[in-house]
Design a protein around this ligand. Sequence first.
Ligand SMILES: Nc1ncnc2c1ncn2[C@@H]1O[C@H](COP(=O)(O)OS(=O)(=O)O)[C@@H](OP(=O)(O)O)[C@H]1O
Length: 377
Amino acid sequence: MKLWRPNSRNIKQSKKNNCFKLTRANRISFFCNFQKDLKNKELNSNPTDITIQLMQQLPTIFVSGAKKCGTKTLMRFFGHHPQIIRGLQEAPFRTTGDMKKDMEYYLTHLWTLWTVNGPYINNKRKIMELRKAKKEFYFMAKTANSGINKIVDFINDFPNFIDDDYIKDWRHKVKNIFIVCDPVHRLLSDFKHVTSEWHVKKKKINRKFLGPESNVYPFQKLTFDMMVDNYLPKLKDGNMFGDTPEIAEMFSVGFYGQPQKFFLGEERVIERENGLVLDGAKLKTAPWIVFEELEKRFGLEPYFNERLFEKRKDGYYCVRIFNHSEPLDCMPETKGRTKLSANQTSMSEETRKILKEFYRNSSTELEKNFNMKFSWN
Ligand SMILES: Nc1ncnc2c1ncn2[C@@H]1O[C@H](COP(=O)(O)OS(=O)(=O)O)[C@@H](OP(=O)(O)O)[C@H]1O
């Protein structure tokens, strides 16, 4: 079997992107000890078989979907399931033109994510216990569909790059959860994000990208209604308008065409039975139902139930953690920008109606193709 080792150059790069410290509001803080970890435990000693497994491990559950629909909440909460090994941060698949390097970087990046220890995460221990109990488990990562596409392209070209049997088995069992949500609400959430980020990141370089000084989203003097009034007419058939593609994308993300391409038809990337479209609204109102359904669908032992969730003051749920000094795992309070009730959001009924109409066909088509009924349509 080929041993794909994270190399120190990749680790450095990956470390730069992933060395993070969450705020106290998050109730978690992480320390950037990859280098130390790497030096002391992994490469300088004989790697254990768990280390080797983590070094050459593709995700077996991909979480993807429209931004602002709850992908991070799903990752974080679902990661508490005893049979799920998860990386806390995103795992993007970068494209440099050198496919092998990109894959090496991706695997290294995953390795750093999966080997991070945090207050609620100790994946190696989890794997050890799961192996002992002879239970099946999944490796979960948040990678966009464009990235998944590239991974599948890569393994088509190099089907034995880890091991023939491993890749065959992976193709057969890899799952993809694609999260969608009310496209109108999603747009509002995106708008709130790009206009308000600067309060938190005053000194960050993203000031030119996000917030009131943004050149990319020049919404400084616009309310949400005005922004929609201004830009919606410039969209043609949901396609980008040339001069401001980022704004056009803000609108077009709500056309949920990707699951069709991804899970259905000749060109599908993931086997139909392994592709799952999920209505993110339930993550806010009854998250236990989402997780109970996922458990059933993936054949996992029952872990989630209503008692495992507690409502925070702002109406969002947190997950209870037993036998832990921090007994609740919550999303940061910056999530939930638009809050739960409609009257807390600033969108006129007129704008809501126009946008609903704008997105209606694409939602209806998705419902039809996946035999679903969405909460917003
Ligand atoms: N439990 C809990 N806590 C906090 N937030 C929750 C939760 N469940 C779902 N959500 C919804 O997740 C929305 C943000 O989605 P994402 O994490 O996909 O956003 S991002 O694209 O990664 O920024 C976020 O959208 P906004 O309310 O518009 O901010 C939330 O509605």
